[in-house]
Ligand binder design. Structure first.
Ligand SMILES: CC(C)(COP(=O)(O)OP(=O)(O)OC[C@H]1O[C@@H](n2cnc3c(N)ncnc32)[C@H](O)[C@@H]1OP(=O)(O)O)[C@@H](O)C(=O)NCCC(=O)NCCS
Length: 211
């Protein structure tokens, strides 16, 4: 099985290292930036833009990964790859600890080193969880959620689709819901629910604006 990474930016480059470390054979990047097409990044060629995926006939021989931090772009591109018949597997770093009884979808989830997920949590497809993030029990991360490095996410909290939580933020137990497409600023402490499309930041987190 060969793998293609969508997105040849810095996240793509970093994930390439992790995937290779896990023994995954990466045959190329896909990127919409025409300046990258034909370039070689750390010995991995940029094959073309997203339409390149249509040129491949034997699609069952390729796995597609799309570790792009922009949630709506990642969800859109992974959905597109699936619509073309590709498999979009999870990547779970070997040092991540996922407890028994975690309900983990089987597509498009990327969990990096030292992340810790407690029991009875649900993680939907296309969720990214970065290094050393802690997700407490009975929570639900909806499709397209992004959890940055070092986030502390309390118990029994639900994210909406495409929630983005910045580096080092804390979401206190007692919060029930972070709205869809909301953004939590770096280092924030969230003590109450966040509305859809809201950008909040600070300690305690306050509304800055709506997207
Ligand atoms: C919250 C955030 C989205 C705001 O960005 P922005 O819309 O460009 O807003 P600005 O930088 O203009 O800041 C607006 C105000 O919010 C404050 N602010 C911004 N980010 C803040 C944060 N993380 N915590 C506290 N206050 C913050 C600014 O000081 C400013 O306050 P002022 O109006 O009193 O001067 C951004 O600062 C942020 O934290 N993004 C998350 C990045 C991240 O963690 N990435 C993960 C990489 S792994």
């Amino acid at each position: 099985m060969k793998a293609i990474i969508i997105g040849a930016g810095s996240y793509g480059e970093v994930y390439a290292v992790y995937l290779q470390e896990a023994g995954i054979d990466i045959c190329g990047f896909i990127d919409d930036n025409p300046l990258l097409c034909g370039k070689v990044i750390n010995d991995i060629p940029v094959l073309g833009n997203i339409e390149y995926l249509k040129q491949i006939d034997n699609r069952d021989e390729y796995h597609i990964y799309c570790p792009i931090g922009n949630n709506s772009v990642r969800v859109k591109l992974l959905s597109y790859a699936r619509s073309l018949g590709y498999t979009t597997p999870n990547f779970i770093h070997k040092t991540a600890y996922i407890s028994p009884n975690v309900n983990l979808a089987s597509e498009g989830i990327y969990i990096l080193a030292n992340a810790l997920i407690m029991p009875f949590t649900e993680i939907q497809k296309d969720v990214m969880i970065s290094i050393s993030a802690n997700i407490a029990h009975h929570s639900k991360l909806s499709q397209g959620t992004f959890i940055s490095t070092g986030v502390n996410f309390g118990a029994a909290i639900e994210t909406g689709r495409n929630t983005y939580i910045g580096i080092g933020a804390t979401i206190m137990t007692g919060v029930k819901r972070l709205g869809k497409n909301c953004l939590i600023g770096a280092g924030s402490v969230v003590i109450k629910d966040v509305e859809d499309n809201a950008v909040v930041a600070g300690v305690p987190a306050k509304l800055i604006k709506y997207k």
